[in-house]
Write a protein that binds this ligand. Structure first.
Ligand SMILES: *Cc1c(COP(=O)(O)O)cnc(C)c1O
Length: 467
């Protein structure tokens, strides 16, 4: 029986009451789900930037601890979550699944809309789900310091929090535009004991090279990754942590989808559509993988990644081998890419401006197991404000990409007069994003679709790879 038919549910004051579907802490998943065990195809191995051959364990060990390298390559279906990690995750997990009744009503749609709210975490997004295990596995491998990059500041905040839990220090290279635009994210990172540096910086060769060519460089995720990787590779006490893209990150984020599936079972429902916003692929991947498993096994469920039209990696990029960073220090991965020296425009969904995409998400899209669509900024903020008015949560602009895709689907279902269940990831709240909402309310946000010629130009610089 679906909740729509539940006789106990009565309108309150003429309004439908939103419904939270919660799990007890003891119902939290105790293992991560690894989609690599169930893929009907092989993932291409990442290639070494030095040799062009599959990257070796030793090469990876310069910046990652052994347990994370093993997870990156693992074909085990379930990987146990360490007790200590479960303890910390349970400070905010399981996260609620909420039936968006007021949004449904405002849209007049027959769709049943559910969202998994990851904004209840310490950083206000899904990112601590992987920051905590990454810090933990580094700590037990004898590492005392981590470096990383951050774009909008979410990942830097998450890793700073996680390192503090294990008495480790952390240095965050923050993309310069965000460093200037988001001072309170800097404070957040420092409050948890980490150091934050504007990137490009003079602390690394990669940063100095960029600055000598362009002293006013606004920075990019690709540049900040180069700086963080360079520093980690040069110090034995320091490793690097990446907030998205990699297989082990999607593994850690699978808690989102595993919990959501249990929660939907509790109300006797199952999603026809699973929707998430896409930057590097971790919240979408984490929500979608348990459902993609069902699809591989023959169940009818459609997962859709929603990305900005201004950084259209999945919808207009090429499925190719490319570097993960601008200075070409990271392994070469098979993924959808706009080219490693693509510099995205300064749109306000700062967390969705990466040139590449997770190899797992890319392969699923390439093999037709998921779909992708691009959304414009105006539709995103319109959907975000409607969501705030109806469901009382101000979403992160990143998450609002998913909401815009949900609104579109719910309207289509209304026109077709068809009921269906939509599950989406509300990856974070937008409390640090008031500058973006201010611009929207002042009418100064502009829609931007990346020009084809510029994409073609950066795709002209892909590495030559012979397999
Ligand atoms: C970082 C971030 C994203 C994008 O990253 P993914 O790896 O694609 O999930 C989305 N939403 C929020 C709130 C974020 O902080």
């Amino acid at each position: 029986m679906t909740t729509a038919q539940d006789p106990r549910r009565k309108p309150f004051n003429g309004r439908e009451v939103s419904e939270r579907i919660t799990l007890e802490p003891r119902e939290m998943p105790t293992s991560w789900y690894n989609i690599q065990a169930d893929l009907p195809f092989d993932l291409a191995p990442p290639l070494s930037p030095a040799t062009g051959k599959p990257v070796t364990f030793e090469e990876m060990a310069a910046i990652f601890p052994p347990p994370l390298i093993e997870q990156e390559m693992s074909r085990e279906r379930y990987v146990p979550i360490p007790e200590r990690v479960l303890d910390i995750l349970s400070l905010w997990r399981p996260t609620p699944l909420i039936r968006a009744r007021n949004l449904e009503k405002a849209l007049g749609t027959p769709a049943r809309i559910y969202y998994k709210f990851e904004g209840v975490s310490p950083a206000g997004s899904h990112k601590p789900n992987t920051a905590v295990p990454q810090a933990y596995f580094n700590k037990i491998s004898g590492i005392s310091r981590m470096t990383t990059e951050t774009g909008a500041g979410q990942w830097g905040s998450s890793l700073a929090f996680a390192c503090k839990q294990f008495d480790m220090t952390c240095r965050v290279y923050m993309v310069k535009v965000s460093f200037t635009q988001k001072p309170y994210r800097r404070t957040f990172i420092r409050l948890f004991g980490a150091e934050v540096v504007a990137s490009p910086s003079t602390l690394t060769q990669s940063g100095r090279d960029i600055l000598s060519r362009n002293p006013d460089s606004p920075g990019s995720l690709g540049i900040a990754i180069s700086e963080a990787v360079e520093e980690a590779a040069s110090r034995s006490d320091t490793n690097y942590g990446l907030g998205s893209v990699l297989n082990h990150v999607i593994l850690h984020q699978s808690v989102i989808g595993l919990e959501a599936k249990k929660q939907m079972e509790k109300v006797g429902d199952y999603p026809d559509y699973v929707i998430g916003c896409h930057g590097g692929g971790s919240n979408f991947g984490g929500l979608a993988v348990p459902f993609v498993k069902d699809r591989i096994e023959g169940k009818k469920v459609e997962a859709i990644a929603a990305e900005p039209a201004s950084c259209p990696t999945l919808t207009r990029g090429r499925y190719a081998f490319d570097y993960g960073d601008t200075a070409r220090l990271t392994p070469i991965m098979q993924m959808y890419t706009l080219g490693h020296d693509f510099v995205p425009p300064a749109v306000h969904a700062g967390g969705l401006r990466y040139h590449g995409a997770a190899p797992i998400v890319s392969a699923l899209l390439h093999h037709g197991l998921i779909g992708a669509e691009a959304v414009l900024q105006s539709a995103i903020f319109e959907a975000a404000v409607l969501f705030a008015h109806t469901e009382a949560i101000i979403p992160a602009p990143e998450s609002a990409h998913a909401i815009a895709a949900v609104v579109k689907k719910a309207r289509e279902l209304k026109e077709e007069g068809r009921s269906a269940a939509i599950l989406f990831s509300l990856s974070g709240h937008g409390h640090f994003d008031m500058a973006a909402y201010e611009a929207y309310l002042n009418g100064t946000l502009e829609d931007y679709t990346y020009p084809e010629a510029a994409i073609a130009e950066s795709l002209g610089n892909l590495p030559a790879v012979s397999l």
